[in-house]
Design a protein around this ligand. Sequence first.
Ligand code: BGC
Length: 702
Amino acid sequence: MNVGIREFLNKLTLEEKAGVLVGVGGTHMFPGSRVPGAAGETHPVPRVGIPGFVLADGPAGVRIEGGCCTATAFPVAVMLASTWSPEIVEKVGRAIGEEALAYGVDVLLAPALNIHRNPLGGRLFEYFSEDPLLSGVMAAAYVRGVQSTGVGACVKHFVANEQETGRWGLDTVVSERALREIYLRAFEIAVKEGRPWAVMSAYNKLNGVHCSENEWLLTRVLREEWGFQGFVMTDWGAGEDVSRQLRAGNDMIMPGGEDKVKELLEAVRSGKLGMEVVDRSLERVLRVLADSPAFKGYKPSMKPDLEEHARIAYEAAAEGLVLLENNQALPLPADARIAFFGTGHVATVKGGQGSGHTHPPYVSTVLNAARERGLRIDEEVAKTYEEALKDEMPNIEQSFKDEPDKPTLSENFLSESIIEASAARSDAAVVVFSRVSGEGYDLTPEEFYLSSDERWLLEKVSNAFRSAGKKVIVVLNIGNPVEVASWRGLADAILLAWQPGQEAGRVIVDALTGRINPSGKLPVTFPRDYAHVPSWTFPGEPPDNPKRVVYEEGIYVGYRYYDTFGVEPAYPFGHGLSYTTFAYKDLDVTLTRGEVRIRFQVTNTGKLPGKEVAQVYVRAPKGRLDKPFQELKGFKKTRLLNPGESELVEVTVKLSHLASFDGSRWLLEKGTYEVRVGSSSRDIRLTGYFTIPSEERLTRLE
Ligand code: BGC
């Protein structure tokens, strides 16, 4: 296929060309798919040896369904980002790629890297972070992992697709500066450092034009400025006009269908769409897919190494646990008598719903894992839960494997006397709160808070256990940030477990007992109250059926807002505790040609081995443009450091990456920049400085 692609194209009829560019149709999991559960396929052209290509979701594991096979459920993306470890994310990507390959998939529809603009975003769990650097670096690592197996990755949803409400036709209105510095920036890093085979254009409009029909976005920015060499496909059913899509640089129409094929054929026959545009897209698609498993005649083995991948899922989840609070409550001694509360310990949530859903061989629940690990649990309380949930169990088990939402379970069926009796005989209480969200809907502001029965349970458990001198630990098994400020005083420790995939229970239990020392950090701010969230225009106007959402906060997304405007969060971006402690020293900041090199030492000063995520923020001088108080410019997770052990950390920042977009170009302002090194965005341990003598204008970032 490398030779004479043009000549090759000449052999194809218009109908055949349309077949390759337009999918075979259907919705998710269309009946005739070669791979059960795949999201789409293209038409083969057997006459000239072009196979049909298979495209399957998704970010937390290959979305394959049906009797034939299961695929590993890995932690959701927000938890992968919480690892702050591109190495482990690349490993996860490779494992997902191997499963995709084994099951006959050519392109994986992942990773997804929209920005955490609002905590209620229905697909926030599928996205990495509120910060574009962390999002982009994680996505690039994921892409490299997937593509190292010979399967392609498709980064999505390009761009400004931060909500589910009204997503089909919503017009997202964003300033070019916010686009360039936040929303596009994540994709720019992923495209430049990951080199994905494909990009999926988003459902929404961007400043009035459908993303899939947006030439500025798909041609000027993506290809001309960033040098993207792959092909662009639509999100499933996005956009209105096939000709406009192809002309704009959207090469593949998914999931397609006969109507779309017809539309394309008629457009060419009537002269509305030039054949050269069709050929341009076809060339892009075939050039990339010439390397696909299908083109190479790869026969799916149907036998991925699920055991090894389960170990990787465990490892990734272990690295992504975030210890939010710990008042000498964790880790629990191995022989502690533990009482588990909250339906989440029985109905533990592995991931979110919709196309990011997975179909794993099993889900380890907290209760099962506690029993499996031989913990001394309060069986009487456990049995009360099992009895109360008996009728729901089939639905709960179904939700582990299949897509229906986890049933809504009430939390107020325990009597106070059971709780008090348990407090008398147990050493600690662990309350597991689980939440699920998914594609197609956002959460409501009420869902940001604990429900009244969750709060009732926590209050009762907290009173009973604490008055008996026992500790109370809350485990948050969630996909979105929730309100914690009003109730955290009722707990002695809070472990944020996100939605950890199929190894959920084991990872949570192992962290409670100290087999895992949490080393994750927040990739998103936990606000104190929903009223403090800067994306006040979410979900747009009119609120019940929004047609338009204006990103009025501009560049002030997440910590960029909280830090700049002095709003205290519940837990800041980058926060996460450990069972050990770390000290920072010896900061050295050296300006070299085009770069600033930042070096410092991190030492484990506590009593247990642990890993630290060292974060480097830069505060720009006051110049011509408004700037956030500080911005993340680099980070490094240390290796496992034994007590007393140190690691010399080096982070290099390109000076061009300190530039801001002034409306038409990038401006690197002169002046003295502050380097802020710390354990979170609000726990800065070292500061240093460097000076840029004169301002510089750049047409693009390197
Ligand atoms: C989702 C995409 C997904 C596609 C195929 C769409 O509804 O937005 O993320 O890849 O369906 O399943």
